[in-house]
Every structure is written in C-alpha cells, then in structure tokens.
Design a binder for this molecule. Structure first.
Ligand code: KIV
Length: 263
C-alpha cells in the first residue's frame, strides 16, 4: 500500500489489510522487503524498546525520532505514527504541531486513541490534510482509567457506546480505526456497519485487517503471551542459540577462523 486511500479499496474488495509495528532502522529495513501493507510506529515502543510498563512516556520527540528511523529505511511503505499521550487533549494547535512533527519525520498518517471529548480535534487534523486513524476498545494510554489491560465493551451498554464512538470517528473523517481487545462479535458488527476499514488486535477475524506488535509475533518476549497474540516465530530462541554458539566458538578458539582473518 502506498496511500491511505487504499484502505477503502481493500475493504470494498474484502482484501485483508496487514499492519505491524516498527520502531527502529534494522527492523524497518527488513519490513521494507516484507509483504505487509502498513507499518505502525506505535507508542508501544515505550514498552518494547524502552522497557516501560506502559505507553505514557512517549513524547512527540520520541515518536518523531522513531518515525524518522522507520521512514528512512522503509521509504515505500505506508507509515502511521501514534499521537503520544494527551496530544489530542490540548486543543487544535497542540495536536496540529504534534501531527506536523510526525508527518515531517516521514509518517503518512497519525493514530489517536479515543474520541469522546476530542472528536473536534480529530476533525480539525483531517480538515488540515492530516489522515487520522482512530483507536477504540482497549486504549493503552487510558490504562489507569480502565483498571488494567483487559477486554473492553463486554456489557451491552459499553458495546453500544463503542458503536457510537466508531460512528463518531467515521464522521470526524478518520480513514480507518483500530479495535483493540473487544469481543469478536462486536468487532464484526462494528466493521459491517462502517464505511471505513477496521484493523483488529484482539478483536477476532472479521475486522478488515489485523495489527500486531512485531516483537510479539516474532516471539521476542518469552514472558509476554496474551491470548490474542500468535507467535509466528521463536526469535528469542534463535537469538539465545546464536549468541550461545558465538560464545562457545570464541571460547573454543574456533572463531575467528583463517577465512575470517586478515593477512
Ligand atoms: O502502540 C501500538 O503498538 C498500538 C497497537 C497495539 C495497535 O497502538
């Protein structure tokens, strides 16, 4: 995918959209050659790369830095960057400055969590020419208000609120919407009721696309395996075995060998 307009085409054609997170140069270089549609410079970078317990430490500067690293190495990929904690709650000018930094760093669109109380700000970004992806359900920037990382909108009233929020995002001009950790039947009906594409994470198979954190799908964190993650590779074991083999070769005096040495 080259532009956000292809999200609507993919939805209309029933072609699943594949999004994955990317935060750094080396993984972006590898993902540049992968068949995924879209890279998300998520504020989950705070947890995966910085080792924080949540995403709240992300700033515009941090998000712009990681966006730049990714954009340089994956120039042909569509890149969405997360608006950091509270960036859409401080009014139009603040949100616009933040989004401008992310687009200058190489993003093609921004993603913002929630909608209640800041639909007008999202609309202002869209009207200013900045494509916006929404994010509902488990919105990690609200982890303390939500009481932890858990499935959302299980009760009928919460499900009705989520449907209304999704419609508000669509009306605000968002081109797409992440649904995180919501019951699959709800995600299915929200997806069916919207013109814009939904991207699920922990939201079942009926969304218009899926997103996963790269480190989770590659199995880089052996201690983290929520129900909705599938490990498509066991990279932690590959790394552990590789480093152990290197250590053994150095200690045995077999690395470097003649071919790996200069004369
Ligand atoms: O920051 C992130 O990685 C995200 C995805 C989990 C959707 O927002």
């Amino acid at each position: 995918m080259k532009t956000i307009r292809e999200f609507a085409d993919a939805k209309a054609a029933g072609r699943k959209i594949v999004m994955v997170t990317a935060y750094d140069a080396w993984s972006a270089r590898l993902l540049a050659a992968a068949p995924v549609d879209c890279l998300l410079v998520g504020d989950s970078v705070m947890m995966t790369l910085y080792g924080d317990r949540d995403t709240l430490g992300a700033t515009t500067e941090i998000m712009a830095t990681h966006t730049r690293l990714v954009a340089r190495q994956a120039p042909d990929k569509l890149i969405v960057a997360d608006m950091p904690f509270l960036a859409v709650r401080k009014g139009n000018a603040y949100a616009l400055d933040c989004a401008a930094e992310l687009l200058r760093a190489g993003a093609h669109a921004v993603k913002a969590e929630g909608v209640r109380g800041h639909a007008d700000v999202l609309h202002h970004l869209v009207e200013s020419g900045i494509p916006v992806m929404g994010h509902l359900g488990l919105t990690p920037q609200s982890v303390h208000a939500l009481g932890g990382y858990k499935v959302q909108a299980k009760e009928p009233a919460e499900a009705a609120q989520l449907r209304a929020d999704a419609a508000t995002l669509q009306n605000a001009g968002c081109f797409s919407l992440v649904l995180e950790c919501v019951p699959a039947p709800l995600a299915q009906s929200v997806t069916a009721g919207l013109k814009i594409a939904t991207i699920g994470i922990g939201a079942g198979a009926d969304c218009d696309g899926q997103v996963l954190v790269l480190h989770d799908l590659l199995g880089l964190n052996p201690d983290f395996k929520p129900k909705f993650v599938r490990r498509f590779a066991d990279t932690a074991t590959v790394m552990k075995d590789g480093v152990a083999a290197y250590t053994e070769a150095v200690r045995a005096g077999t690395f470097p060998n003649e071919k790996e040495s200069f004369r």
